[in-house]
Design a protein around this ligand. Structure first.
Ligand code: ARG
Length: 495
């Protein structure tokens, strides 16, 4: 604030216009804020992204004030006119955001008053920035959750597409990153579909608790004006499945609750953890030692020194950004722990972590949907450029590490051996195969019969990768028949 402004705010505050923050509170203040304090306390340069929610909330509030006879119809019309102009100013970039006016709420209100005079000053009747900001963040987040829901669906469709093309492709399934049992690559992809399905359900659940109206709680205790809060909730679409308005029922809780933001960030963190696990696998699979897959060049980068390199930067960054989102969850949850009721300025710190969580999650989901499933080519109507699967390399790898040892044990159990004895018998067979540097299926029948006389020629069926896969034909198992059943379930769900 300039010296001249400070003096005028000090001695003769303007009642016509809200130009600076000092004027938002009154003559009570005997000195202006220092520039440092202004910068420290202001939020406009990040919370201006709430402008649409702020205007929507204000319009719903004004409409209700008029319907209740608290402001006149002509004031209501002026507010609508002013807000329409502000909307176009913000959209065109002409709106002048002022640090002096602290936040998005005061900036918009000041401009409204500048445009429509006293009607603008009446907008804040029965309202406080405390219930206003809580409403804005909820409205904004509700919209973002819907976008995230769409992106989660796209990613699931991409994974289902890859799964469908690879039902019969055999991958060594790992436990402890040691070859365990053969699995269908399609089955492996569908494991991630299950994770992202749960993420989508969690988001939908968080949306229910986000879509609740704080407005009308005023600063903390409610207000003396005869507000119709349910009318505002309906206008803003804060309604339940039956269309009934959903309104915060305790004014103190309404202005101070940020559970919805924490829940959202927790759901986002878990979703990023799923992306991170997938990233880790993609990175391993595309290393030269595995060579199971390739991702399109546009998702990789080269090295400035090693000409042969193609690095999986996108999955690596996603893995890294997971730490960042989990950090935001820690930030937000810690933000709340020491706060007495009701609103405290601490809450202004909810925005940057929340905004960054939304941005990071959305970008990550978008890029993964494309990297995994490819991009639609309008000429062919098909998706192109998703991950490329090297089925042969996967199958070759599955042949190492005695992935069908459990099948041999199961074979012996079916011949009457107790499982523990069968397990021990197969351990001897694996030892022998290791000595001969061959797979179990390459041991001659006579050698196998040396381990147990019940072994017959049909053993080779169960020692083959495909036989092993087909045999796991229980609900949720990796047999192609089961994988196809799951694919159909997901397709129907995602249609
Ligand atoms: N910018 C503030 C926030 O983000 C708005 C509410 C301020 N309320 C107050 N009484 N200072 O939380």
């Amino acid at each position: 604030m300039s010296k001249a402004q400070a003096t005028s705010a000090d001695s003769a505050p303007s009642h016509n216009q809200l130009d600076t923050k000092a004027q938002a509170w009154s003559a009570l203040f005997s000195e202006p804020m220092s520039d440092l304090v202004k910068r420290y306390t202001s939020s406009v340069f990040f919370d201006k992204r709430l402008w649409q929610a702020d205007i929507a909330g204000s319009l719903a509030h004004a409409e209700m004030l008029a319907a209740q006879g608290i402001i006149s119809a002509s004031d209501h019309a002026s507010i609508q006119r002013g807000m329409a102009q502000i909307t176009s100013e913000i959209e065109s970039g002409a709106f002048e955001w002022k640090l002096d006016l602290e936040d998005v709420h005061l900036n918009i209100e000041a401009r409204l008053t500048q445009l429509v005079g006293d009607a603008g000053k009446r907008l804040h009747t029965g309202r406080s920035r405390n219930d206003q900001v809580a409403t804005d963040v909820r409205l904004w987040l509700r919209g973002e959750i819907d976008l995230i829901g769409d992106l989660l669906k796209e990613l699931q469709v991409s994974l289902v597409d890859v799964a469908e093309q690879n039902v019969e492709v055999i991958l060594p399934g790992f436990t402890h990153l040691q070859v365990a049992q053969p699995v269908s690559f399609g089955h492996h992809m569908l494991a991630y579909v299950e994770m992202f399905k749960r993420d989508a359900e969690r988001m939908a659940d968080v949306r229910r608790r986000t879509n609740v109206l704080p407005l009308g709680s005023a600063a903390l205790a409610g207000t003396t004006y005869p507000l119709d809060r349910e009318r505002v909730a309906k206008t803003l679409g804060m309604v339940d499945a039956n269309g009934s308005p959903v309104v915060c029922q305790n004014s103190l809780d309404a202005v101070s609750d940020r559970d919805f933001a924490i829940e959202f960030t927790a759901a986002a963190s878990l979703c990023m953890v799923h992306v991170s696990r997938l990233s880790e696998e993609l990175i391993i699979w595309m290393s030269q030692n595995f060579g199971f897959i390739k991702i399109a060049d546009r998702f990789t980068t080269g090295s400035s020194i090693m000409p042969q390199k193609k690095n999986p930067d996108v999955p690596e960054l996603a893995r890294g950004k997971t730490g960042r989102v989990v950090g935001h969850l820690m930030g937000l949850i810690t933000l709340m722990k020491g706060q007495p009721l009701a609103y405290n300025k601490d809450n202004q710190e909810d925005k940057e972590p929340l905004f960054d969580t939304v941005d990071t999650l959305k970008d990550t989901l978008r890029i993964f949907a494309e990297m995994v499933g490819g991009q639609l080519n309008p000429a062919t109507g098909k998706k192109e450029g998703g991950i490329t699967v090297n089925a042969q390399a996967m199958e070759q790898a599955a042949l190492k590490g005695y992935a069908t040892a459990t099948d041999l044990a199961d074979y012996l159990v079916k011949k009457g051996l107790p499982f523990r004895d069968a397990h021990e018998t197969v351990a001897h067979a694996v030892k022998a195969a290791t000595t001969h540097a061959c797979d179990l299926s390459e041991l001659p029948l006579t050698v196998l019969q040396g381990f147990h006389p019940a072994i017959e020629k049909d053993v080779y069926e169960c020692l083959s990768l495909r036989g092993s896969l087909n045999a796991r034909n229980t609900l949720g198992g990796t047999a192609p028949a089961q994988v196809r059943a799951q694919l159909a379930r997901h397709r129907a769900r995602l249609a």
